[in-house]
Ligand binder design. Structure first.
Ligand SMILES: [Mg+2]
Length: 235
C-alpha cells in the first residue's frame, strides 16, 4: 500500500529586516531626488513631507506641481520605486536559506506590509522573487499584518489552508508575532542576541533566532521529515 507523507509545513516570512535590508533611512532618497530634478538641497525635507502625506503616484504629482517639475506623478513614482529597490539588498545567507528550505519541500510565501510596487520591486531587484512561491503585500491584499486575513490569503496563494503546523518568521513583534499568534501559527522572532524579552504586550514566539538563515536551520531541524523533500512511502 502506498501512503502519502503529510505535506510539509508552510513558511510565511516577512520581508523588511527579515529577508532584506535597505540602506539609509526612509528619507535617504530625497537628496538624490533634489539633485536629479534641479531642486536646491534645502527642498529635501519638504519633498519628504509631501511624500509622507501621500506615498503614491498622486503624491508625486503633487510634488511635481509644487515645484513645477515637468514630470507626471506616475513617472516620478516609477523613479522612486526603482530608487528604493536599488538601495535594498538581501541579508547575508538569505538566498541560500530560502533555497535550502525549498529543496526540502517547504512552500514559502512572503507576507509584507507596504506598497505593492515597492515591495515587489525589492524582491525582483534582490533576486529573491524566484526564491519564493507567493507574495502578499498589504496594499494589494487590502489587509495588513497582524490581521489573520493576510496570513490566510498567503496560504491560499500557496494552494493550502493554514494549520497549527505552519510557521511565521519575522522581526516585528507588533505585526509578525502578534499576527502569527492570532492566526494560530508557530513563530520565529528574528531578533538580535542576546535576545531581549518580547514586549509584555506581545505574544511569546515559539523560537527566536538572530537571523533568517539560523531560523531556516531551526525549521529544518524541527522538521527532519522535510529534509529530503516531500515523498511517497511504501510500508
Ligand atoms: Mg520586518
Amino acid at each position: 500500500m502506498v501512503t502519502h507523507s503529510p505535506p510539509p509545513p508552510l513558511l510565511l516570512v516577512d520581508l523588511d529586516h527579515t529577508l532584506v535590508e535597505r540602506e539609509g533611512g526612509p528619507d535617504a532618497w530625497t537628496p538624490t531626488f533634489c539633485t536629479t530634478h534641479g531642486l536646491p538641497a534645502e527642498a529635501a525635507p519638504t519633498v519628504f513631507t509631501l511624500f509622507r502625506a501621500d506615498r503614491s503616484p498622486a503624491g508625486f504629482a503633487r510634488i511635481a506641481a509644487h515645484y513645477g517639475l515637468p514630470h507626471t506623478g506616475a513617472d516620478l513614482w516609477e523613479e522612486h520605486v526603482a530608487h528604493e529597490a536599488a538601495r535594498t539588498h538581501p541579508l547575508p545567507g538569505v538566498p541560500e536559506a530560502l533555497a535550502a528550505l525549498r529543496a526540502a519541500g517547504w512552500p514559502i510565501a512572503v507576507v509584507t506590509n507596504g506598497c505593492t510596487d515597492i515591495q515587489r520591486a525589492k524582491l525582483t531587484r534582490t533576486g529573491l522573487l524566484p526564491a519564493v512561491d507567493a507574495v502578499v503585500v498589504s496594499e494589494e491584499a487590502g489587509t495588513r499584518k497582524p490581521d489573520p486575513a493576510i496570513f490566510h490569503l498567503a496560504a491560499a496563494r500557496l494552494g493550502r489552508t493554514l494549520t497549527p503546523a505552519d510557521w511565521m518568521v519575522g522581526n516585528n513583534p507588533a505585526t509578525d508575532l502578534r499576527g502569527a499568534h492570532a492566526t494560530g501559527l508557530r513563530s520565529i522572532w528574528i531578533t538580535p542576541t542576546p535576545t531581549p524579552p518580547p514586549p509584555p504586550t506581545h505574544p511569546t514566539p515559539t523560537h527566536t533566532a538572530p537571523d533568517t538563515p539560523t531560523a531556516a536551520a531551526l525549521l529544518l531541524d524541527t522538521h527532519p521529515e522535510t529534509q529530503s523533500g516531500p515523498r511517497l512511502t511504501s510500508p
